[in-house]
Ligand binder design. Structure first.
Ligand SMILES: Nc1ncnc2c1ncn2[C@@H]1O[C@H](COP(=O)(O)OP(=O)(O)O)[C@@H](O)[C@H]1O
Ligand SMILES: [Mg+2]
Length: 209
């Protein structure tokens, strides 16, 4: 039996509006599905928090924050967020659907990118990051898995799940969030993990790591 056949979300109607069609990817905290927005009659990607995290208020808050961070940004190199809400116990966020692959998959397939590919991707990622930083948002989890390469050539940064306002208070000893392999050296627990430099370093690392 395929994963789609055993997933109880397939076929579900969320908030009377988003009909879940198939699973795109399942992560540690949420699953991303292809769905149909029945009101606007268009395909969308819906990220649904795992049910077992519904009781975790911190996580729920972070999930809602992801939607708000991304929704504040309107930039061609940042995934567009359309909506956010809660259905049953699960928080969800609705975004534009980008059929394609991630930068991680491209790297796995090609091992080495051509200089043109690398500069195209890096330019797009840096433009998206610059827009985020201008809005006072630091991504904090930039890595090839979170760079979406659409079939039509669009390159977009997704997964603002760990993003936070650069001005947010970061008490010493606060949890260090991110992916170890993509943290900058200055992101030790004693340093501020909200610094924009963290994401900028990850961007250059993303095209070759
Ligand atoms: N808007 C989208 N359109 C198409 N696929 C997406 C979209 N957003 C995410 N995905 C796919 O789902 C995967 C996980 O999404 P992500 O937001 O990074 O969740 P997680 O928090 O689990 O890492 C991505 O690596 C990508 O393959
Ligand atoms: Mg991700």
């Amino acid at each position: 039996m395929s994963a789609n056949q055993t997933d109880p979300m397939i076929g579900r109607l969320i908030d009377g509006r988003y009909q879940v069609r198939s699973r795109i990817a399942r992560g540690g905290m949420a699953t991303v599905y292809l769905a149909s927005d029945l009101r606007l009659e268009r395909p969308v990607a819906v990220k649904i928090m795992h049910g077992h995290l519904a009781d975790d208020e911190n996580f729920k808050e972070r999930f809602i924050q992801e939607a708000r961070s991304a929704a504040r940004l309107a930039h061609p190199n940042v995934v567009n967020v359309f909506d956010q809400g809660q259905d049953d116990e699960s928080a969800y966020l609705v975004m534009e659907y980008l059929p394609g692959i991630t930068l991680r998959e491209l790297l796995q397939e090609h091992k080495v990118l051509t200089p043109d590919q690398a500069t195209d991707i890096l330019e797009a990622v840096l433009a998206g990051l610059a827009a985020a930083h201008k809005s006072g948002i630091v991504h904090r989890d930039l890595k090839p898995e979170n760079v979406l390469l659409a079939d039509d050539g669009r390159i977009k940064i997704g997964d603002f799940g760990l993003a936070r306002a650069a001005s947010a208070n970061t008490a010493t000893g606060a949890a260090l969030l991110g992916t170890i392999a993509y943290l900058s050296p200055n992101s030790s627990p004693a340093a501020s993990p909200t610094r924009a430099a963290t994401s900028t370093r990850s961007a250059s690392c993303s095209t070759r790591c």
